[in-house]
Design a protein around this ligand. Structure first.
Ligand code: SF4
Ligand code: SF4
Length: 456
């Protein structure tokens, strides 16, 4: 066998292996369209290469190395590290956010006929009519909503209720053990906390100094005296992320996504509460911040702790699970070794991608350029219109999480793409076009609900 044939058949084997990897990945995810496209492309590439190698045609000795050379150069161009990834920019004085400005406060805390209700709408008359319309719609997972089902919706209610019941008392409960302070160095403390968090089921954990700008200024939705200024003296924070199951999220905007949200909030609350209790036993103050009971904003704390970047979607985008995660935070006075914020190309990718913004049925995701919001240059989603859409369909939607290219499940094929787009802007553009081709720019709902989650 001559040298050209050896090179050619080696390339043939590599193309076949790559093709098998992608086809097997898509098939295992039961993604028919991407599997069919990957199979067709692989077969076409192998047919062309095989024909050139088998048939003794003129210029074969130039054409085969020429094609392979072009592919190798193109591969090198998209695999080389080209730029440092851009980080979020702090562009002004950081200001604290009032928890009463978060949309859930208006629908889950203040009740009609109470002084708080009247006080809020006196200060925000522009919100009254919008909110009245939303209140007139059935609640999530409640009878009358579009995705309500008498057999399955109760599971969501059970998870949300249990989370609420378990997490009502998080301030000073439990408290540090009196007179005890186990001495532990910051690096050792961070190492143990991360280990225990992962043991409890966390996918990703990071530690940071607590930036006071990420502490809400006043109590809104969370338990405690409504409107009271929040004074949290903790110096450090632990951010915890757990994944939402891909097979549930891809059913968005239907009811299984709400099931997954409800369950994972419960799970991540369990992890955060155990960690806070653990720190208390060492003699340190600690507070879990979980669904419905936050004193801090989880996303910016998680960004500081190196769990991911803030994306156009307005959520944390993590390197391996994208925005398909749920978060909780523990704050403490135990000094912890800090993790550094990470960048892996999200700011650049989001600028060209826009899949979440394009699919959002309520137009809640920013399609423009990043602007200064509370001192940070970022995209700003509209919570109000997003939540109104949730109430319209009766589930917490999740279409934006479903379509985000970073949300694909872990595995060698997707991980290889993640590795490329982290390094190289051209790879980002190629990956985005491929994602559109394989999954569709606006993927239709095409998966059946699992039979145990079917409407009864
Ligand atoms: S959850 Fe749905 S409505 Fe809300 S921002 Fe995402 S896509 Fe839009
Ligand atoms: S869908 Fe695209 S634009 Fe939206 S967060 Fe994900 S990567 Fe960014």
């Amino acid at each position: 066998m001559d040298l050209i044939s050896i090179i050619g058949w080696t390339a043939f084997a590599l193309v076949a292996l790559l093709g098998i990897l992608f086809v097997a990945t898509f098939a295992s995810e039961r993604e028919k369209r991407p599997a069919a496209i990957a199979l067709a492309v692989t077969v076409a590439a192998l047919a062309i290469l095989g024909t050139l190698l088998i048939i003794d045609m003129p210029f074969r000795d130039w054409v085969v190395p020429g094609i392979i050379g072009i592919v190798v150069i193109a591969g090198g161009v998209i695999a080389l590290p080209r730029t440092r990834s851009e980080a979020l920019k702090i562009v002004g004085k950081r200001s604290r956010v009032d928890e009463r400005d978060a949309v859930f406060h208006r629908f889950y805390r203040i009740k009609e006929g109470t002084p708080q209700f009247e006080a809020y709408y006196e200060d925000h008359p522009e919100k009254r009519e919008f909110d009245e319309n939303v209140r007139a719609m059935p609640g999530l997972a409640q009878p009358g909503s579009k995705t309500y089902d008498p057999v399955t919706s109760g599971f969501q209610t059970a998870c949300f209720d249990l989370t609420e019941n378990l997490t009502r008392e998080l301030d000073g409960s439990p408290a540090p053990i009196e007179g005890r302070k186990v001495q532990i160095d910051p690096a050792g403390a961070a190492m143990r906390i991360k280990g225990f968090a992962k043991y409890l089921g966390a996918a990703s954990v990071g530690c940071t100094r607590l930036n006071p700008a990420h502490v809400y200024s006043n109590i809104g939705r969370s338990p405690g005296k409504w409107g009271e200024p929040i004074d949290l003296s903790h110096t450090h924070a632990i951010a915890i992320a757990i994944p939402m199951a891909h097979e549930m999220v891809r059913l968005a905007p239907d009811s299984p996504t709400t099931t997954e949200t409800a369950f994972e909030y419960l799970e991540v609350a369990r992890i955060a509460m155990v960690l806070a209790g653990y720190l208390n036993t060492l003699g340190y103050e600690a507070r879990a911040h979980v669904d419905g009971n936050y004193r801090v904003m989880c996303v910016p704390v998680a960004v500081d702790a190196g769990l991911g970047e803030l994306g156009r979607i307005g959520l944390l985008v993590t390197p391996k699970m994208g925005p398909r995660v749920r978060l909780a935070v523990v704050t403490t006075d135990l000094p912890l070794e800090q993790d550094e914020p990470i960048t892996f190309g999200v700011q650049d990718f989001c600028r060209i991608c826009m899949k979440c913004a394009d699919i959002c049925p309520s137009g809640s995701i920013d399609k423009g350029e990043k602007l200064d919001h509370c001192g940070v240059e970022k995209w700003q989603s509209q919570q109000d219109t997003c939540y109104r859409y949730w109430r319209t369909i009766g589930s917490d939607c999740g279409l934006c999480i479903k379509v985000c290219p970073y949300s694909h499940p872990a595995g060698s094929a997707h991980d290889m793409v993640r590795w490329l787009i982290k390094r190289n802007p051209m790879a980002r553009r190629l990956a985005l076009r491929s994602d559109d081709l394989l999954y569709g720019r606006r993927p239709a709902a095409r998966y059946p609900n699992p039979d145990w989650h079917e409407k009864g």
